[in-house]
Design a protein around this ligand. Structure first.
Ligand code: NAP
Length: 280
């Protein structure tokens, strides 16, 4: 049986039954105010329905305002935020969630993620995450930057498993992170690819340029399509209208199995952001 073609608003079902769009907009480094509001509005106009913010990004207010001001039913839009590292612990986590909710100004959050597996305090934090999930003010809870050891510890001690693990993912680190990807897929945890464009640090790579030519697409579009074809949720960031549109124009072509293999083979253990392997 062949699966239906991917679309900009294709949704997947998380392990708690909630549906999440596969594709979305990251807003890290989109400045609070007009820059972030424009980005979210242009993305909504283009068909994006998932927005990835965090208390760290200091733009939850702009994301929430733009979602509220849009005439799109709230249920069609999926908003993620994240618990910052200094807010771990049972009470702090609950306060931090309330603060994010105040800033968003929404009736509920769709997904709340532990931003990073801060050592020594993760279990108390997760208990609070479970409490938040039970309150109904957040539809799903998950983690970010968790590698296999962090996931194993969490899965052995939780009542509610994470729905999503948001990790840095691109062809340049895929094989190095394959154990984490496999564990997530075995445990029915969605892998969400952050920094999927490697912040454009590999945009001149000859293999990427060759594939871009072959498919008459851009290098970012090849990278986004690669993530989607691996079944990853993917959240490229842009604050530019044309690039927001370009990044969503990835649903009219398909990378061949051979070209997926070529891309998988570009691994050089390269990550641009956190290295959680240093955290026990
Ligand atoms: N959980 C975590 O720890 C974590 C860590 C990092 C990121 N994230 C999330 O993942 C999202 C994406 O990752 P990221 O922001 O690190 O990096 P990214 O999406 O890999 O790259 C973003 C950069 O690429 C540029 N860009 C985007 N589309 C482009 C295009 N079509 N052509 C040329 N340049 C383009 C953007 O500039 P312009 O804006 O000028 O277009 C920006 O400088 C973040 O926004 C955030 O939501 C999460």
């Amino acid at each position: 049986m062949t699966s239906p073609p991917l679309k900009v608003d294709t949704r997947i079902t998380l392990n708690n039954g909630i549906e999440m769009p596969l594709f979305g907009l990251g807003v890290y480094a989109s400045n609070e105010g007009q820059q972030c509001k424009n980005a979210v509005r242009w993305a909504l106009d283009t068909g994006y329905r998932l927005f990835d913010t965090a208390s760290l990004y200091e733009n939850e207010k702009s994301v929430g305002e733009t979602v509220r001001e849009s005439h799109i039913p709230r249920a069609e839009i999926f908003v993620t935020s994240k618990l910052w590292n200094s807010d771990h612990g049972y009470d702090n986590t609950r306060w931090a969630f309330d603060e994010s909710m105040d800033k968003l100004g929404l009736d509920y959050m769709d997904l709340y993620l532990v931003h990073y597996p801060v050592a020594g305090i993760r279990q108390e934090t997760w208990k609070a995450m479970e409490k938040i999930a039970a309150s109904g003010r957040c539809k799903a809870i998950g983690v970010s930057n968790y590698l296999t050891n962090h996931l194993q510890e969490l899965l052995a001690n939780c009542n509610i498993p994470p729905t999503v693990n948001q990790i840095e993912m691109s062809p340049f680190c895929y094989r190095s992170r394959i154990d984490t990807v496999n564990m997530c897929q075995e445990k029915n945890i969605v892998v969400q690819a952050y920094s999927p464009l490697v912040r454009m640090r590999r945009s001149e790579h000859p293999s990427l340029k060759k594939l871009a030519n072959k498919y008459k697409k851009t290098v970012p579009q090849i990278l986004i399509r690669w993530s989607l074809q691996h079944g990853f949720s993917v959240i490229p960031k842009s604050s530019n209208q044309a690039r927001i549109q370009q990044n969503a124009d990835v649903f009219d072509f398909e990378l061949s199995d051979g070209d997926m293999e070529t891309l998988d083979g570009l691994d050089e253990g390269f990550i641009i952001d956190w290295d959680p392997s240093v955290t026990e």
